[in-house]
Design a protein around this ligand. Sequence first.
Ligand SMILES: [Zn+2]
Length: 305
Amino acid sequence: MARVSLDTLLRRSERNMGNGMNPIVKQTALEVIRRAYKEGINVQISQGMRTYAEQNRLYAQGRTAPGSIVTNAQGGQSNHNFGLAVDFFLITWDGTKATWTVNDNWRRVAAIAKSLGFEWGGDWRSFKDYPHLEMTGGLSTAQLRAGSRPSLTDRTGTSTPLPSNNGNSSSPASRGTELVKRVQRWANQYKEEAGFRALDVDGLNGPLTMDALLRICQLFGKTAIDGLWGPRTKAAVPEQSISNHQPGWTRLIQATLVCLGYNLSIDGIYGTNTRDMVRAYQRNQGISVDGIAGPETFEEFFKTA
Ligand SMILES: [Zn+2]
């Protein structure tokens, strides 16, 4: 049985966390998944951000609505409402079935999370919440409700590559942050047409950003927008080169390379710098090196591992 890929776990978790997460909490949660994966433990995040309305719906469960009670917190009383908490669970080797048994692996994940600055709900004395991890920077929920926000420390280490569809990175991730924010702002102008929820402009090049770029590729290629790389999308990608290029496609290539760790500006001009970055990418990926970004290069960008 093949093991579920790390990228799949990161992608699902990022989606489940939703928009509005504190960027350090989000990044640290993804780092917990990466470190556990290296130790042979598959972990996934089931929940992150909850709005007050979502929290109130959850609170109603087992009280005024069917089901059993799952929380004692109403809207504004949970650190999930401020993007500071996540819930995790373990998943089988092939990634198809969730497991909720609090065993040694579960406790190991909690230990990894605590080493990165999370507080674990399994350590709470009154009500043990084993899936729950949070970072509040010492603030109470009353202070958070009043609008205070913690200044958290990123303990994941800048040498750790940020998640992306393809793990290769030619420059330190920390240099990418401001550029990735520009990518996210650029991508967000297409959110309605390309059918994705507005990206957080947090400078983290995660799977949601790559998903948005793939959808923009399908929008530009006038093919079905489903966020899945396949033969139809590949056939819709034109070649871009120094002698023959279009600004939109060129910006998409530049944006994608930025998210894969390359350092270039998103100016829509396919000049020698963009050509050289495309060449470097092609060399790193082991595909033919011609400095022309077409279907083969896009396939490397967006095919799933
Ligand atoms: Zn929780």
